[in-house]
Design a protein around this ligand. Structure first.
Ligand SMILES: [Zn+2]
Length: 306
């Protein structure tokens, strides 16, 4: 621990927003422990798929926590390759603005090979769609990018390039430690151009220089540091940006959570054709498994209202 670093509370399962002092550069850093473990352990996917899913969960939590109001942000990767779909979503309730729920699932053929690039896994027509739904507050938004790069980090940077047109640097990581526990992390910085022409002219070179330095520093971050549960997120940021100084804001707590509801499934089943239901029922019981949390919801056919 260097002299700049202090003993600070370890924030795990958190997203921490920050700004580099005196510069137009803002960022966010996420580290997931318990939440990502809970989700990945339940699904028990092969390790290379779990890693991709952990990265997607960290990425989704990072951008989802940017939502000002309550709502749902969904990141969906789809294609016509062996990997059919990878979904994560982040939900923030109106009652508590500093807590978010994440969940996710994947659907794939058994021949998704280890070490494949994203474009190979998802086929020629693979894409990533990010949907933000904040109900009454804002119009539903959807941004789509083709999966042309090798990694999810490439896809994330391409998304920011095309949707927000702000220079953005991203790093995503997910690994399993020797004890079999999963750790996922995400960090991003964005360059906010100055607004007035006067400021643009005056500071263009300096601002460019700031951005290049901040990007190089982020590039120097090792995956082990991003995931290290003993290095606090605050100290990670201080380690990276202590020369210019870094301002850290209030964090968002992230937990694993699913919104599937027995009531909603019951209503959906009740509106279906009875003959169809009888076909899928086993000994008079219909089982509906939630893709996200793998919970089996069971309904007695005779008790479904028609
Ligand atoms: Zn569920």
């Amino acid at each position: 621990m260097s002299e700049n670093e202090k003993k600070l509370p370890l924030l795990i399962d958190s997203c921490l927003p920050f700004q580099i002092e005196g510069q137009d550069i803002k960022g966010r850093v996420v580290r997931l422990g318990r939440s990502v473990n809970e989700i990945l352990t339940k699904h028990n996917y092969p390790d290379h798929i779990a890693k991709l899913m952990g990265q997607n969960l960290a990425f989704t939590a990072m951008i989802g926590s940017l939502m000002k109001y309550d709502g749902i942000l969904t990141t969906q990767l789809k294609g016509d390759g062996a990997f059919r779909v990878l979904v994560s979503d982040f939900y923030k309730a109106a009652e508590n603005n500093n807590i978010g729920d994440i969940r996710g699932y994947a659907s794939f053929d058994d021949d998704v090979l280890d070490g494949d690039t994203l474009s190979e896994m998802f086929g020629d027509n693979g894409y990533m769609a990010i949907t933000i739904d904040q109900g009454k507050f804002m119009e539903r938004y959807q941004g789509i990018v083709k999966l042309e790069g090798e990694t999810l980090t490439d896809a994330a940077e391409e998304y920011f390039r095309s949707s927000e047109q702000l220079p953005t640097k991203v790093m995503l990581s997910c690994e399993k430690d020797d004890n079999g526990n999963w750790h996922a992390g995400a960090i991003m910085i964005q360059h906010y151009a100055r607004n007035t022409e006067d400021e643009l002219g005056r500071d263009e070179l300096e601002t460019e220089d700031h951005w290049n330095t901040a990007s190089v520093l982020l590039g120097s971050l090792k995956q082990e540091e991003l995931l290290d549960p003993n290095l606090s997120l605050q100290n990670l940021l201080i380690r990276l940006y202590h020369e210019s100084g870094v301002r850290i804001f209030e964090d968002t707590h992230i937990k694993a959570g699913c919104r599937c509801s027995e009531e909603k499934i019951r209503t959906a089943l009740a509106s279906m054709d009875l003959a169809e239901l009888q076909e899928v029922a086993e000994e008079g019981t219909i089982t509906v498994t939630c893709d996200f949390c793998t919970t089996d919801h069971k309904f007695e056919l005779s008790k479904l209202v028609h």
